[in-house]
Design a protein around this ligand. Structure first.
Ligand SMILES: [Zn+2]
Length: 382
């Protein structure tokens, strides 16, 4: 038996006037997905447990089959794992954005003008040289997204994600460790400000300790692999021992290589992997951009450029099962994530399900199941 998990990031949405009162899942032309839903089982899953923030870190952890209530400690340690960092028990990881804060203390740009990896790494090297030490370490990551490692007692703070502050007055950290975080952010201005990038300081948030996740192989007894362009998903792979397949043409943007991801899945499964996770970020980015046409196009790309040939490819390998499940909704009208339950689809190549429609309305009457339990449903006995 082969298993495929399809993750159209943030694809769930709400009815839109621009789409004649339909959602992107309803408006998109999706013949292959419709056919799979007609032979499978559709339902509604809570990928974001009550009380947790609706982030891709939480939602993808649930999709991978791990209860975020039990295993999620923060976003930063997952991204740290993607960078190859292993935290000791007495270390906490913070996400360290390069950001632009205006003279009026508003968050001008949470992405610091999107510096290149090389430009940013030079700034992070200077931060490490001038502000590192006494257990504080700066580690370069991707573009504006970097990692600070600090002693464990630095974890005690409430921090606001900078992308939630765009155009608004900044909200500085609070709590017992706030003064240390504030001191580092203030000190960073004399280093980041003069650098030739669009940022003028660091912003610390998303902290957590190393999650103690058992391996996917120990948990589900299967060899798994994944493809993604997103650090968080890559980090979850590292933390669970799921092989991360490199695909240079995976961009994390609208122009990503859909066919390449499909072929990564089929090749890995043919080479002996039992389960493959295909993650595509484009639908989430379109949601954040409020770009209705791109969100519809991302779904149609899934259908035409992945599913159309994935299904016959899987058929050639033998019996298979598939789970399609986004990690959260990113409604175009809101341009941010929501914790609402999302549609799931389970298909078994040999055993027909009740059949249904894979849309928000199509599953609205279904009971909500915990998202992290669907992996066991996928690989277990139905
Ligand atoms: Zn996401």
């Amino acid at each position: 038996m082969k298993y495929v998990v399809c993750v159209p990031d943030g694809c769930a949405d709400e009815p839109l006037a621009e789409l004649g009162g339909r959602t992107p899942l309803e408006a998109a032309v999706l013949p292959n997905l419709r056919a799979l839903a007609a032979r499978g089982e559709v339902g509604r899953a809570a990928v974001i447990p009550d009380g947790l923030a609706p982030g891709s870190d939480v939602g993808n952890m649930a999709i991978f089959g791990y209860d975020p209530v039990r295993y999620h400690t923060g976003r930063a340690p997952i991204e740290a794992a993607a960078l190859g960092l292993k935290l000791a028990p007495d270390q906490v990881a913070y996400r360290c954005n390069l950001v632009a804060v205006g003279d009026d203390a508003t968050m001008v740009d949470f992405a610091g003008g999107h510096p290149s990896n090389e430009e940013a790494a030079e700034v992070v090297r200077q931060l490490e040289a001038e502000l590192g030490g006494d257990g504080v370490e700066f580690h370069p990551g991707v573009q504006y997204r970097h990692i600070l490692v600090a002693p464990a007692d630095w974890a005690e703070a409430e921090c606001t994600p900078p992308h939630d502050l765009t155009g608004q007055p900044v909200v500085w950290p609070t709590g017992p460790a706030a003064s240390r975080l504030q001191g580092l952010m203030d000190a960073s201005r004399s280093i980041v400000g003069p650098a030739p990038i669009g940022a003028n300081q660091i912003w610390l948030w998303g902290q957590g300790f190393q999650p103690q996740m058992p391996s996917f192989q120990d948990t589900y007894g299967l060899d798994a692999a994944l493809v993604t362009a997103v650090d968080l998903v890559r980090g979850l792979g590292v933390l669970t021992g799921i092989e991360v397949v490199e695909l240079d043409t995976a961009t994390g943007w609208y122009d990503t290589d859909y066919e390449g991801k499909r072929d990564c899945a089929l090749d890995a499964l043919a080479d002996g992997a039992d389960l493959f996770i295909i993650h595509v970020e484009a639908s989430d980015e379109a949601g954040h951009a409020g770009d209705v046409a791109e969100k519809v196009r991302a779904l149609e790309n899934w259908d035409r450029r992945i599913l159309a040939d994935l299904v016959p490819g899987l058929d050639r390998l033998g019996p298979w099962r598939m789970l399609m499940l986004p990690d959260h909704a990113t409604p175009l009208a809101l341009r941010t994530h929501t914790p609402d339950a999302v549609p799931y689809l389970l298909v078994d190549s040999a055993t027909p399900g009740a059949g249904g429609t894979y849309t928000e309305a199509g599953v609205a009457a279904a009971p909500v199941v915990p998202g992290h339990e669907l992996m066991a449903r996928l690989v277990g006995v139905r």
